[in-house]
Each structure stands twice: as structure tokens, then as C-alpha cells.
Design a protein around this ligand. Structure first.
Ligand code: IPE
Ligand code: IPE
Ligand code: MG
Length: 252
């Protein structure tokens, strides 16, 4: 059986559906309850659990979630360390079940820049789920799209320098293959919760033809019902990819 993301989705769903989520609003959720921000992040982990378990049943084959951005280091040190602790606890408590349920977990982002104990958890998650193919979960951790794009540009520059590639070999497909998200189907739907309308340096390249759905719900309140609402909205959209509708061509 092939390993890695290329085989994901084949056989389990006729059409891969790749959904990304900017899980936002934990702090405001906690504040509304007069609690510290970490209380919101804890509730956010439960929301993630619920959303992941609902996703395959709703036709989603691939999911990319934004867990920690390269900019989130600007937060107070206690919040950062609480977030890292929660991520570690999530992997420790849920990895057995995810592995059993056939979920392939991949962490993208600057893993080398994470604390050693988190790097160990990341390695373990990769090792134990790499051959799974029921559902593909990509977690963006210490991730920034601009840095990812710069890394890909440097890799290609080195390939040119060494003679492995020529400048004219560079196509969107080849460049996309050098990004950390390589091997996944194109991003179909990008969701951001909490009413904010920005990308915050997430999947800048991959979102080229994604549909955007912004939901007012704060992330800790998110679940399968919220995801279904976003998918219903997505299915009402007409995706044109720069072309025109077939019916318009016929009547022209
Ligand atoms: C999202 O919630 C979680 C992370 C960024 C890790 P926030 O912590 O950004 O919550 P708000 O935006 O302050 O409400
Ligand atoms: C984006 O949310 C990062 C994650 C959800 C992990 P932020 O809350 O950090 O984004 P900004 O600062 O409001 O743009
Ligand atoms: Mg936020």
C-alpha cells in the first residue's frame, strides 16, 4: 500500500473534498465567561474533536486546521506554553483513537522551531498514522504561508543552481509540489470562525480557488452542525475557475 497523502480519499469518497479551518475566537469565548484565555483554548480542543469526527460523514476527505501561527509567538509566554501543552495533551489522548479510526495525521509548519517534547509528539503522530487512508488531517502548527512559500522558492533556486532543474521548469504544479501541503487535493473550502474576515497568513498559495465561508460562531461552540452549515453554503456556490457556465456557452 502506498504511504503518504497521495492515496488518501481514493476508494473512500468519489470526490476529495478538502476543507481548511481557521479556528478563531477562543479568547473571546473565554472572556464572555469571565475566564482566562486558556479556558477557551481547552474548549477549542473539544470543538476540534467534534468537528474531526463529524467531517468524514459529511463527505470531507481532507481537513487542514490552523492550530498555531508563526505570528502567535507574539502572545504572552504563559498563553503560548498553555497552547503547546494542550496540543501535546491532545496528541497524547487522541492519537490511539485517530490511528484506530484510520486517520492520517500530518503536521505542517516549522516543526524544528517547536519545543523538543512537541517535536516528539509530532514524530509519533506521523509514524503511527502514515499508512492510514480513511481521513486526512493536516494540522498547521508554527505555520506561516509566507515562510512556506519562501522555503519552496529557496528549494527551487537550489535545484536550478545544482542543475537539477532549469528556470523554465517552474510551473504552478511544480511549485505547489514544493510546499508543505504537497500531495493534498486542491483546497475547496476555507472556513474562518468568529466573524473575522482575513487569512492571517494561512494557505496563501493553496487558497487561490478556494471558496471562503465566514461564520460568526466562536470556535469553542463549533461542531458537526456548524460544519454542515458551511458545507451547505459551499454547495450553493458556483465555482467557475475563470471560465463561464456551460449554459452561457450554449446560449452565446
Ligand atoms: C484561536 O482563538 C486560537 C489560536 C489562535 C491559537 P484566539 O485565541 O485567537 O481567540 P480570539 O481571536 O482572541 O477570540
Ligand atoms: C489565526 O488566528 C491563527 C490561528 C487560528 C491559529 P489569530 O487570532 O492569531 O489571527 P489574527 O491575529 O486575529 O489575525
Ligand atoms: Mg484570534
Amino acid at each position: 500500500m502506498p504511504s503518504g497523502p497521495d492515496h488518501i480519499g481514493t476508494g473512500t469518497a468519489p470526490v476529495p473534498l478538502h476543507v481548511a479551518i481557521i479556528m478563531d475566537g477562543n479568547g473571546r469565548w473565554a472572556k464572555a465567561r469571565r475566564q482566562i484565555r486558556t479556558f477557551g483554548h481547552k474548549a477549542g480542543v473539544d470543538a476540534l474533536r467534534k468537528t474531526i469526527s463529524a467531517a468524514p460523514g459529511l463527505g470531507v476527505t481532507h481537513m487542514t486546521v490552523f492550530a498555531f501561527s508563526t505570528e502567535n509567538w507574539r502572545r504572552p509566554a504563559t498563553e503560548v506554553s498553555d497552547l503547546m501543552g494542550l496540543l501535546k495533551a491532545f496528541i497524547r489522548s487522541d492519537l490511539d483513537r485517530l490511528a484506530r479510526e484510520g486517520v492520517c495525521v500530518r503536521i505542517i509548519g516549522d516543526v524544528a522551531g517547536l519545543p523538543a517534547d512537541i517535536r516528539e509528539c509530532v514524530d509519533e503522530a506521523h509514524q503511527r498514522t502514515r499508512d492510514n487512508s480513511h481521513f486526512f488531517l493536516q494540522v498547521a502548527l508554527n505555520y506561516g504561508a509566507q515562510a512556506d512559500i519562501l522555503e519552496a522558492a529557496k528549494t527551487f533556486a537550489l535545484q536550478v543552481k545544482s542543475g537539477e532543474a532549469a528556470l523554465d521548469d517552474l510551473t504552478p504544479e511544480r511549485f505547489g509540489g514544493l510546499l508543505s501541503t504537497s500531495g493534498l487535493p486542491p483546497l475547496d473550502l476555507l472556513i474562518r470562525t468568529s466573524g473575522e474576515h482575513r487569512l492571517s497568513n494561512f494557505l496563501l498559495w493553496e487558497a487561490a480557488y478556494a471558496e471562503f465561508v465566514f461564520q460568526d460562531v466562536l470556535w469553542p461552540d463549533y461542531d458537526g452542525v456548524s460544519l454542515k452549515a458551511a458545507l451547505d453554503e459551499f454547495r450553493r456556490r458556483e465555482r467557475r475557475f475563470g471560465a463561464v457556465e456551460a449554459s452561457d456557452v450554449a446560449s452565446a
